[in-house]
Design a binder for this molecule. Sequence first.
Ligand code: ZN
Ligand code: ZN
Ligand code: ZN
Length: 98
Amino acid sequence: MPPIVWDLHPRKKGAESEVGTCQECQGQGRIECKECDGKGTVEKDCDECDGQGNLEKAKCQECDGEGSIESECEVCEGYGMKECEACSGTGKRTPFLN
Ligand SMILES: [Zn+2]
Ligand SMILES: [Zn+2]
Ligand SMILES: [Zn+2]
C-alpha cells in the first residue's frame, strides 16, 4: 500500500486562483452598477418643475406631481450591471496587468 499523498500546497493553489479571478467582479466580468444600485433606473428631480411636483398651481404633468422622474440609468444603460473595469469584462486578472 503506497502512502496517501496529501496535497502539501493547498495555499498556493488558492493564491493562484485568486490571482486569476478578478476580485472586483468575482470573475463575473460584470458588476452591479453603483449609480443605480443595480436597478437600471435612477430617480432624479424633474426638470420641468425643479423637483417641486407642481407648476404654479397646477400639477406638473411631466412627473405627475411626484417631483421626480425615473429614468434609465445612463451608466449601465438600464441593465443594472456594467462591465467590470478592473478586468475589462473578462472576469480574469493577471498580476502583470493593472
Ligand atoms: Zn415635474
Ligand atoms: Zn446603472
Ligand atoms: Zn472584474
